[in-house]
Design a protein around this ligand. Structure first.
Ligand code: ADP
Length: 405
């Protein structure tokens, strides 16, 4: 028996609590069974609250579906991942709300696995509320209720970073493979092209012996000149190769440079050929807003020098040789520049070939065939690209893009 200050007294019988006021009136009777049930219910509620607290706190996405396949429970980590509030997802079907159509066979299989009571892990793509795709790894286990399979308990891991790292690795491998085959081609071309002057030298050395034996002074001199020419060619090849190998490795600090200045410097270097061919040069650059490029001044001058030199070199028998240098539009935030000539032009089937190392369309022309490979490399090191528009007999326009900042 317990008596409280208010005067109420509680009698505890075997199965009931009796509450009586001080004046002997019954206030009420509470069944002891009921109290125990309440106690059990409270404990169950506390356990449920605790479990929910854990589920709602973990960073791992969790989702439970009912026997109808609809969301019964989702935690904030999962809802946030796809840009929803948990409440927006409850009662909805995952296939309707978040999954990408391409995953359907995978999801059908997962469904089947669950029906058979199996736990499986599979990759899928979630669709963010804003339309973005999120790669995830899902581990789904059957949810068992009253001994029956009644839905799925899924744990969802965002694997965006893993996928990105995988893509980066694949890109890296692809680049390495490309570099490797480029290197193989390069070695082959270099050894092939360096061998040809060597063969010439060897051949004429043999003739020299014959000239000496025959006392043929005139032939001796001409053979020696052929040898000297071959040696010069080899030297030019080696110099160009060295130059090419330096690009990307040895660069001057990038600076903001007026494009007009680069053009003027390059024109100064190739002045001799332009004057000899009586080429008219037109510079089409905005006076009010002259373009400024960002990069290695010396290398960029080499780009213009090579393109202008080629334009003059491949004029053919053009009676009014003209070169136009200018800027036209933008591409991916880079300005597009061009060097245009009215020379012999290049048939479309050779447009790719001319950028290859030692590739010349006319083997009799002067030059080593390294110029455009060099130009391409410099432009690419600056983040730009180089291409040509031309037809045989109708002049050529070489375009290249360069960053302005
Ligand atoms: P090179 O001029 O030393 O031969 P390049 O690499 O500069 O080497 O050029 C490769 C080839 O592309 C040239 O041999 C030539 O056949 C062709 N070519 C380059 N520029 C032009 C041009 N402006 N007009 C016509 N053909 C050109």
């Amino acid at each position: 028996m317990t008596t409280f200050n208010c005067g109420a007294t509680i009698f505890v019988d075997q199965k009931i609590f009796i509450i009586q006021t001080s004046d002997g009136n019954w206030l009420g009777v509470i069944s002891r069974d009921l109290t125990e049930r309440n106690q059990l219910q409270r404990e169950a509620r506390e356990e449920r609250d605790f479990a929910l607290q854990v589920i709602n706190t973990v960073g791992q996405g969790l989702a439970v579906t009912d026997e109808g396949g609809n969301y019964l429970l989702v935690n904030p980590a999962f809802a946030n991942l796809i840009g929803y509030e948990a409440g927006e997802l409850i009662g909805k079907n995952p296939q309707g709300v978040i999954t990408v159509a391409a995953d359907e066979p995978v999801l059908d299989q997962a469904h089947e696995d669950r029906r058979r009571g199996k736990t499986t892990t599979y990759s899928a793509t979630l669709l963010h509320k804003k339309g973005r795709h999120i790669p995830v790894l899902i581990t789904g286990s059957p949810r068992v209720k009253n001994g029956e399979i009644a839905g799925t308990i899924a744990s969802i891991t965002d694997i965006t970073r893993v996928k990105r790292a995988e893509a980066e690795r694949e890109e890296l491998i692809k680049n390495l493979e490309a570099q490797n085959s480029e290197m193989e081609r390069f070695t082959y071309t270099v050894s092939h092209d360096l061998r040809s002057p060597l063969v010439t030298i060897k051949g004429f050395l043999h003739y020299l012996e014959q000239d000496l034996a025959a006392g043929n002074q005139a032939r001796l001199h001409s053979d020696m000149r052929r040898i000297a020419n071959a040696v010069e060619k080899m030297q030019a090849l080696l110099n160009d190769l060295l130059e090419l190998s330096r690009i990307g490795r040895v660069m001057n600090a990038p600076e903001d440079i007026s494009f007009t200045e680069i053009v003027q410097d390059a024109l100064g270097i190739v002045h001799g050929r332009l004057a000899a061919r009586r080429v008219t040069v037109q510079i089409s650059l905005s006076q009010s807003n002259p373009p400024t490029v960002h990069g290695d001044r010396q290398r960029l001058t080499e780009v213009l020098q090579n393109l202008i030199d080629n334009a003059a070199k491949y004029m053919g028998d053009q009676p009014d040789p003209r070169i136009e240098i200018g800027q036209r539009g933008e591409e991916a935030g880079h300005q597009i520049f061009f060097v245009k000539d009215n020379g012999i032009g290049i048939a479309p089937e050779f447009h790719e070939r001319i950028f290859g190392l030692f590739n010349k369309l006319d083997t009799g022309s002067e030059g080593t065939g390294v110029g455009l490979a060099l130009v391409q490399r410099i432009v690419e090191v600056h983040g730009g690209r180089l291409w040509v528009e031309s037809e045989a007999g109708r002049g050529s326009t070489f375009y290249f893009t360069l960053p302005t900042k």
